[in-house]
Design a protein around this ligand. Structure first.
Ligand SMILES: Nc1ncnc2c1ncn2[C@@H]1O[C@H](COP(=O)(O)OP(=O)(O)OP(=O)(O)O)[C@@H](O)[C@H]1O
Length: 454
């Protein structure tokens, strides 16, 4: 396990998450996923764990909204549930108001949970259709023995009004409300126990765009009025931009970038963040609606890439030190290696492949010899051998594969900190650490980078 989140912790933060991991066993059965070794103790770690959250660290300050964004399946919901200890962490720690949640159980944990509420994506299924909305809002108060019956009803009505609903609708059933209104009922329910912190897991994703902004505005007003702190999860960057103070970008179980909102959107430092921003739909249809999308699939969280998780799709993966290819020749090698790995073509003739993939720049020297060997294997239909040469001698030799990146870089647009898990930022991180030697240990010693351990 390797810590790959922002390294420093703010002791004043409301929530401190440190090196948090949540792995799921992907198989069932007595010996499923267990590897047998020749030596005692004979059994080592599970080989089929889904590493949904793998070494995540961040803080959330009181009163702020941290946006958490990433593609479907990157681990956002698992992270949220593990932070709230609805899921037991595999390792790592979560401190809330200075208390280690792992140390709590029974009544103290229950009390702490009152201060940490969650709102889910689907307002339809999170409301019991057989219950009227008044009692739905009162339910958490009842569970925590808050107020008497009359007091709870009065508070429920007051909260319905605060979230923008008619308190007269206390006796209506959820089906009588629209999607946006149902999400407002969820908000009222979460607020009923007077929490400090709310995890909002895609709360507006199921709503029409026109309704989304209204619900987001209400959430901002409530934050102000009730001194709330939000962890706000969304895959939609425009929603994240609307509501967040700071933004964390997640990819395959890791946080790859974290910065103030303005800094992140205007000055993204991680190629994955840039790719996400480039994929935002462009309103002008003459631009084709969307700009470049990421190529390739997200790798499996069961066997994630070593080093930087994004390296197998990264357009800017770094050339191994041992070669001295031109920028174009290296890009061509990367593209060819990925095409061979995906078996993206059937052509086997070396000259045709050379002109198709290396028209503008062919590697020379040792790299050229290796490429010739790989092309020879393809000509003989030995695809696995070609793939092995290209992966082992090129992709796996990159610093992006051998070392896990974790850098603190200067924030150009705001006073906040800017974390970027990308080796392209190493020099920047080191230079800023030299300017301000006391700032951060993580930006030294390979700027927090660690040898890949997988
Ligand atoms: N109970 C589970 N058992 C095994 N794997 C799981 C379990 N829950 C989640 N996963 C896997 O963990 C990874 C992260 O899932 P998670 O739902 O946290 O992602 P997400 O970013 O919230 O996605 P989405 O936006 O689609 O909800 C995925 O590969 C998912 O298949």
């Amino acid at each position: 396990m390797t810590e790959v989140g922002p390294p420093e912790s703010d002791p004043e933060a409301l929530l401190q998450v440190r090196d948090l991991c949540k792995y799921f066993d992907n198989e069932s059965g007595l010996f499923a996923g267990v590897q047998f070794d020749d030596e005692f103790p004979y059994v080592s770690r599970s080989t089929s764990d889904v590493r949904a959250v793998d070494g995540v660290s961040f803080d959330i300050k009181e009163g702020e909204t941290l946006g958490l964004v990433g593609e479907s399946g990157c681990g956002k919901s698992t992270l949220a549930r593990t932070v709230l200890r609805l899921l037991e962490p595999t390792s790592g720690s979560v401190y809330f108001q200075g208390e280690d949640l792992a140390e709590l159980s029974g009544e103290p944990l229950r009390r702490m949970r009152k201060d940490m509420q969650m709102i889910f994506q689907d307002p339809q299924s999170s409301l019991d259709p057989r219950m009227k909305v008044g009692p739905i809002v009162e339910e958490p108060m009842k569970a925590h023995d808050m107020l008497d019956e009359e007091g709870r009803e009065a508070r429920a009505k007051e909260l319905l009004e605060k979230v923008g609903l008619d308190p007269q609708h206390y006796n209506r059933y959820p089906h009588a409300f629209s999607g946006g209104q149902r999400q407002r009922v969820n908000l009222a329910r979460a607020l009923s126990v007077n929490p400090d912190f709310i995890v909002c897991d895609e709360p507006v994703s199921a709503l029409d765009v026109s309704i989304q902004a209204q619900v987001l505005n209400t959430m901002e007003e409530l934050q102000e009025e009730f001194d709330l702190t939000y962890l706000f999860i969304a895959h939609d960057l425009s929603v994240i931009r609307h509501i967040s103070d700071r933004v964390a970008v997640m990819y395959l179980g890791n946080i790859v970038e974290l910065a103030d909102k303005e800094e992140l959107f205007e000055n993204p430092k991680h190629p994955y963040t840039r790719a996400l921003l480039d994929a935002i739909p462009v309103p002008d249809p003459r631009n084709g609606g969307r700009k470049a999308l990421l190529s390739g699939d997200v790798p499996s969280p069961i066997d994630p890439p070593s080093g930087c998780r994004f390296r197998t799709r990264c357009p800017e993966v770094i050339q191994p030190d041992e070669y001295d290819m031109t920028e174009d020749a290296w890009r061509n090698v990367v593209e060819f290696q990925r095409a061979v790995e995906r078996r993206a073509f059937e052509e086997t003739d070396p000259d045709t492949l050379r002109s198709r993939y290396f028209g503008n720049a062919v590697p020379s020297g040792d790299a050229g010899t290796l490429l010739d060997e790989a092309l020879g294997h393809i000509e003989r239909d030995e695809w696995d051998d070609a793939e092995q040469i290209l992966s082992e001698r090129f992709a796996d030799q990159s610093v992006c594969a051998t070392t896990t990146p974790a850098y603190e870089v200067p924030s150009d647009l705001t006073d906040g900190r800017h974390y970027s898990a990308c080796h392209l930022r190493r020099d920047e991180a080191l230079a800023s650490a030299v300017d301000e030697p006391a700032v951060d240990d993580a930006a030294r010693s390979g700027a927090g980078a660690t040898e890949a351990d997988d």
